[in-house]
Design a protein around this ligand. Sequence first.
Ligand SMILES: [Zn+2]
Length: 313
Amino acid sequence: MRRAIVLAMVVGTGALGVAARAFQQPPGGGAQPANAPRVVEVEKLRDNLFMLKGGGGNTAVFIGTTGVVVVDTKNPGWGQPILEKIKELTSKPVTTIINTHTHGDHVSGNVEFPANVEIVVQENTKANMQEMRGATGIPQNGPPVNIFKANNGRGMPTKTFKDRMTLGRGGDRIDLYYFGRGHTNGDAWVVFPALRVMHAGDIFSGKNLPLLDANNGGSGVAIGDTLARAADTVKNVDTIITGHSTTMTMADLREYAQFNRDFLAEVRAAKKAGKSVDDVAGSWKMPEKYQGYAAPQPVRLKANVQVIYDELK
Ligand SMILES: [Zn+2]
């Protein structure tokens, strides 16, 4: 019995390693060997809200009156470590998962949660999760593995929203928003109004060049406006959980919207002036005024310029 489980885990890890590796170079994190111990770090943000780090995107754990809501479930193999960490925080059951978007480092742990957990996503993300296409600008190591197909549909969304939806009420209330295309075409913003916290997912992964995943509907033309719409619409939030970085503020979000608008304006002007994608990627520097922003990775920079050039055609 025990041996069978261990074997199944080893086989599972091997089969899903490709998908895992494809997403283990997230915008804000470093690569991890596939067999490294799965250490989930807990950061307490409020008495009943925790940020779980490691193994992919940042996970939020919200402990409500009767159950636990989990936002994002990390890379393949990280669902169980998340569940074990939650058990240290509360005896309440997980009732709901919200995935901010389709990427494997945010959704793959879904398949390890109990089958009766409700899974909520923006409707375009559900369509993306049916396909699990590789992301633009991330080198693929063979065809992407669809973890949901490999698990007979387990972990797929059970509920979707288009622009807005509210779950729960009072102190349990969660507001979901979709403000338009950016990182993908299904980026959900998850707000905990009673706690003044919002999970932004990878549309705000950190202070860096965003990953513009055109393969999954992402847009370099829209992302700045989408970020600004979020900053203008959502009120009474002090703390933003980013996709892969530390928590940020609404002022940081506003700055990030401007950063993306500035980048678009520069690329647009360069295209108008007849410059090539390589010209732009070879000469663009992080503007001095964006303090604390990561130096651009050349591959990401070129991919983003290309995505915008393609959109401006
Ligand atoms: Zn992502």
